[in-house]
Write a protein that binds this ligand. Structure first.
Ligand code: NI
Length: 173
């Protein structure tokens, strides 16, 4: 079992949902290399630990642990978004609809994780999200998540009971 106590930074562990404006364009998957490069670049500029992440075609869910006393996730998210957009070809830099110049929704959903149980629930939510959205029937089959790293490290650490994720509303529409 994962040691959630070790992973959990009290007051500094956050769950985020970040969406594209145009939910019909699978840019995040089509341009996964650019997204990874933006994530790495952000890691060189600001410290944070990515505890779990899943990339869906038009949105992201992830958990970051920030250093004690540092709650500046808005800057980090802004840089992640702009770093990704900057790497896109001009044809993809707007959301594809007239007048919308930003591919990202301005708002994002943020949840400060309360304790180790909450962390475990949020991690499972992330790793089961491709199943929740109907892309695959097993998280094993979705390549764009930290599930595979977690499995390597912890076995198959997931609570697949539906109440653990199906009724949760962690920033999903
Ligand atoms: Ni989702």
């Amino acid at each position: 079992m994962p040691n959630y106590r070790r992973l959990y930074v009290p007051g500094g562990t956050y769950f985020f949902t970040v969406n594209l404006r145009n939910r019909l364009r699978p840019i995040l998957i089509d341009r996964i290399a650019e997204l990874r490069a933006s994530w790495r670049e952000l890691g060189r500029l600001h410290s944070f630990e990515t505890i779990a992440v899943v990339v869906l075609p038009d949105h992201l869910h992830f958990i970051w642990a920030l250093p004690a006393g540092d709650d500046d996730f808005p800057t980090r998210i802004r840089l992640l978004k702009s770093g990704f957009t900057r790497r896109l070809p001009t044809s993809l830099k707007s959301d594809g609809r007239k007048g919308e110049r930003n591919i990202w929704q301005r708002r994002y959903w943020e949840h400060c994780i309360r304790d180790e149980d909450d962390l475990s629930r949020c991690v499972d939510y992330i790793h089961l999200n491709p199943v929740k959205h109907g892309f695959v029937s097993d998280p094993d089959d979705w390549p764009y998540s930290t599930w595979h790293d977690w499995k390597k490290e912890f076995g198959r650490p997931i609570n697949t009971s539906p109440e653990n994720w199906n009724t949760a509303h962690l920033g999903e529409d």
